[in-house]
Design a protein around this ligand. Structure first.
Ligand code: G3H
Length: 478
């Protein structure tokens, strides 16, 4: 406590004129770990102004130079992996090793974005007019991809660095300026990451990072007339943003209820390993976590036993000790998870372990014989609690998956590739993984959700394209 981390505007680290700060509570100790500035609406206005000016010059900066700076930032980010990871441990209780991986993965993502960007954006199109009926070849249409302007990036707490750079990298290579609003938990890790971009030497005002209370600057940012694109990852807030945002391109990823469909012929050891990894890594706080297991009755007992044995081996404790299961991000999140557990208990789910919680730390819990009338069959716990629903046909599994409001990813386990592809086609989700747990990466793969899981597709290539618009010039010959 004491020091308040400054926000980043116009190439400088600034204290807010509000004189107020926002506390970041360490999920493990439940004490205030850091403080960040509570920026005002006026400060947001200023940031939007400088970003707009910086963007104009940046759009004229040669593509290879933009790429060069991104490569530099990526290298600096990797050099700073230890202090940034330390923040992730303290702010969001990410296990120590995963915290380092997040930063390294982010550096790789930025480099890949620079490489991909020079190729995608280095290519335009030439069209001739006489292919359309009634036209002579007297018009030549030259089109290329130009930036949108100022991109507002809002990443979630679970990947404050990686899901920030997955927006920043594509925005910058495409010639946009950037205003980042990091999540409260994870804001200091995000500020450290921004510092790496600062050290790389990007022009003043091009990248800005404002921190503060959602109630004060949340809507103000997303409804700001200076914003030309919003890239958001998070929860329901995204639905509210999409209703209030102006006529700007939106990229949204809003969580999921990823189903794991297990057929009778599946490799059951592989299934158990993926249920544990998919359902419990980072304590289930991933939008792509396995959030419901839909398993054929005939193999359910065996798999439940195998999963139980593996869960018993997970370490539960502080992130500093690199425990597998760490405290969930906030007390209110822990309370929400507990609410789902109590509801399942009242409605008769089978508890494979005893429910145990200390503070924000919740021990891994597998709930068997879950039925559709239980909240946990549909809601996203974002914690280390996983429901198992036993099914008697593949159709039943697909039906449950498609009855969800979410449609992010899903997975199917079977040795029959034909069946797997038919099931994938029938599942209304952005991606289906065959014989592996859902995951966003590798980061150049397309990543998208259907229904309440989002708008648009992410992944490096898709994000670069999304953050541009087409500009045409037509040459008319006499
Ligand atoms: O939380 C949402 C993330 O996009 C999931 O990413 O699959 O790499 O954990 P991940």
């Amino acid at each position: 406590e004491g020091e308040v981390y400054r926000y980043y505007a116009d190439g400088e680290w600034r204290a807010s004129a509000s004189g107020k700060s926002v506390a970041i509570v360490n999920p493990t100790t439940r004490q205030t770990q850091y403080r960040v500035q509570a920026c005002t609406q006026e400060e947001v206005n200023k940031v939007m102004e400088v970003a707009k000016v910086a963007q104009k010059a940046w759009a004229r900066t040669p593509l290879w130079k933009r790429a060069e700076l991104l490569h530099k930032a990526a290298a600096i980010l990797k050099e700073h992996k230890a202090p940034i990871a330390e923040c992730l441990v303290k702010e969001i209780a990410k296990p120590a090793k995963d915290a380092v991986s997040e930063v390294v993965r982010s550096g790789d993502l930025v480099s890949y974005t620079a490489e991909e960007g020079v190729r995608i954006l280095g290519e335009g199109k030439l069209l001739v007019s006489d292919s359309f009926p009634g036209n002579e070849r007297n018009k030549y249409c030259l089109s290329s991809k130009v930036p949108l302007g100022v991109v507002l990036a809002i990443p979630p707490f679970n990947y404050p660095v990686n899901l920030a750079v997955s927006k920043i990298g594509p925005a910058l290579i495409a010639g946009n300026a950037l205003v980042l609003k990091p999540p409260t938990q994870g804001a200091v890790a995000a500020l450290h990451m921004v510092h790496c971009f600062h050290l790389a030497g990007f022009p003043k005002g091009l990248i800005n990072c404002v921190t503060g209370k959602g109630s004060e600057i949340g809507d103000f940012l997303t409804m700001h007339p200076g914003v030309n694109c919003i890239s958001f990852t998070g929860g329901d807030t995204g639905i509210a943003i999409s209703k209030k945002a102006g006529m700007v391109p939106l990229q949204m990823e809003l969580g999921g209820k990823d189903a794991c469909i297990v057929l009778e012929d599946a490799d059951l050891d592989l299934v158990a390993a993926n249920i544990v990894k998919g359902g419990f890594s980072y304590s289930g706080q991933r939008c792509t976590a396995v959030k419901v297991v839909l398993i054929m009755e005939s193999v359910a007992d065996i798999v439940v036993e195998k999963v139980k044995a593996k869960l018993a081996k997970l370490t539960v404790g502080p992130p500093e000790a690199d425990s597998d299961i760490t405290p969930v991000v906030t007390e209110s999140s822990a309370n929400f998870i507990e609410g789902l557990v109590i509801d399942a208990k009242e409605k008769g789910a089978t508890f494979c372990q005893e429910y145990r919680r200390e503070g924000n730390l919740i021990w891994p819990l597998l709930l068997d014989h879950v039925r559709p009338d239980m909240r946990i069959a549909w809601e996203e716990p974002f914690g280390p609690v996983l429901p198992v629903i036993r099914i008697n046909s593949v159709e039943e599994g697909i039906h449950h998956c498609n009855a969800s409001n979410f449609g992010l990813q899903g997975c199917v386990f079977t040795k029959d590739i034909n069946k797997a592809i038919m099931i994938s086609d029938a599942m209304e989700t952005g991606t289906v993984q065959i014989n592996s747990a859902p995951a966003r990466g590798p980061d150049h793969f397309p990543f998208q959700g259907l229904k309440d899981s989002g708008i648009g597709s992410q992944g490096i290539t898709n994000s670069i394209n999304m953050m541009t618009k087409v500009k045409s010039t037509v040459i008319n010959l006499p």
